[in-house]
Design a protein around this ligand. Structure first.
Ligand SMILES: [Zn+2]
Length: 405
């Protein structure tokens, strides 16, 4: 399986090279526009051109001579224009309105020839064939550090963006890695159940860990939406650039927020000796939680994705179970009574056995329990499964073993 991510890294550019990068960016934009203009005019049959190679054949030499742009950046400009034109053609095919792409954003696209990554800094192709060296700026414990410094992430091309509000350059680096998925077939399995929520705590585990403030995530999202809506009404070019900039900042913050939550979750699994982490399958979460926004769905999926790659690196598998009734069902071994009255907000009181606990914690225990039962009924392997709890584990027959950790 291939995992791809974007690392958004703030750059420290030497004062005497900032103008070179800005000039490169402006030249790149002009070159991209010229490629797009040519592509929009179309080929001999009148069709819009959507191939970067085709655009290069037609006007590469003219554009390179006129603009003086670095050769690799000229190639990237042709591809960038071709992508935008392709988007227009897709719209036309669907019968939607579209118009010639106009490039206004402060972006330069660097393919792998135009950027070189070093420890702590990168070298960027710039105007007139020179290179600009810029240092990365990020905290040691950040998601950026993980993407940029760990060998398993292979760095590919990048986009350089200029944030005019803060007068800062940001590098958006595409990173990828190949992963083998660990199998959940080993002899002794210990299972951590995880319940995800749209408010309160983002994730609660069967071991009783309460992780990530979902209310803070929602609050910052609402603030961002409000600001964006105000700027959108202004409709100026400067407002447009600010929208782009606050969008980047929020995307960066939320990705980092989920990075820390997923790290905490995987550490919880490691410290309890878990071999498998189980989530509910929330592919169709909107059917179940009526007020779950698209953003919350994104956050749920992103949390799972981030847990997946961190867990897999530790040899821990990530699995899902069907979500029916997990919130109403008692997680007490041997009970399993399911009733809507069992749950009242954060509180869970089983109407049959009287078990009382936090309702998300109950759901997390039940998720793990459900996974173990599914494995038993499917008769997979001859593996023994244990459910990881606060102070020990319970096996499939309901026998409890106190924790040795
Ligand atoms: Zn019960």
């Amino acid at each position: 399986m291939e995992i791809t991510r974007t690392a958004v890294v703030k750059l420290s550019v030497p004062g005497d090279r900032r103008d070179d990068l800005k000039r490169t960016m402006n030249t790149f934009r002009d070159a991209t526009q010229r490629f797009a203009d040519r592509g929009w005019d179309g080929n001999d049959d009148g069709y819009v051109i959507t191939s970067g190679n085709h655009l290069q054949r037609l006007v590469y030499d003219d554009i390179r001579d006129d603009t003086g742009l670095h050769a690799d950046l000229t190639v990237a400009a042709a591809d960038h224009a071709a992508n935008a034109l392709d988007g227009c053609v897709t719209k036309m095919k669907k019968g939607e309105r579209t118009s010639k792409p106009v490039f206004t954003s402060n972006t330069t696209v660097y393919n792998t020839n135009a950027i070189t990554y070093f420890d702590g800094y990168c070298s960027l192709a710039a105007y007139g064939g020179s290179r600009v060296h810029a240092e990365y700026v990020y905290p040691a414990d950040s998601i950026q550090a993980e993407y940029m410094e760990r060998d398993e992430w292979q760095k590919r091309g990048a986009k350089l963006r200029y944030d005019h509000e803060t007068d800062t350059y940001y590098l958006h680096v595409s990173v990828k890695q190949e992963r083998e998925e660990p199998s959940a077939e080993a002899e002794n399995q210990t299972v951590l159940g995880v319940d995800r929520n749209v408010d309160g705590y983002l994730a609660v585990t069967s071991t009783g860990a309460f992780i990530g403030n979902a209310d803070l995530l929602n609050h910052n999202r609402r603030e961002y939406e409000r600001r964006r809506a105000r700027l959108h009404q202004q409709g100026t070019r400067s407002a447009h650039l600010t929208i782009q900039s606050i969008g980047d900042t929020f995307a960066n913050w939320s990705e980092d927020f989920l990075h820390h939550a997923s790290k905490e979750l995987v550490n919880e699994a490691i410290s309890h000796g878990c071999t498998t982490i189980v989530f509910e399958d929330l592919t169709n979460i909107r059917d179940r939680i009526s007020n779950a926004s698209k953003f919350q769905q994104w956050a749920f999926n992103e949390l799972k994705r981030q847990v997946e790659y961190k867990a897999n690196a530790e040899g821990i598998a990530v699995e899902t179970v069907h979500p029916a009734y997990t919130s109403q069902r008692c997680s007490e071994t041997g009970c399993g009574f399911t009733h809507a009255d069992n749950r009242d907000g954060d509180g869970f009181v089983c109407q049959q056995c009287g078990k009382e606990l936090h309702s998300d914690y109950n759901a997390a225990r039940h998720i793990a329990h459900k996974y173990i039962q599914n494995r038993h009924t499917s008769g997979s392997g001859g593996a023994t499964y244990h459910l990881a709890l606060k102070s020990g584990t319970v096996n499939g027959n309901g026998e409890y073993s106190p924790s040795t950790v």
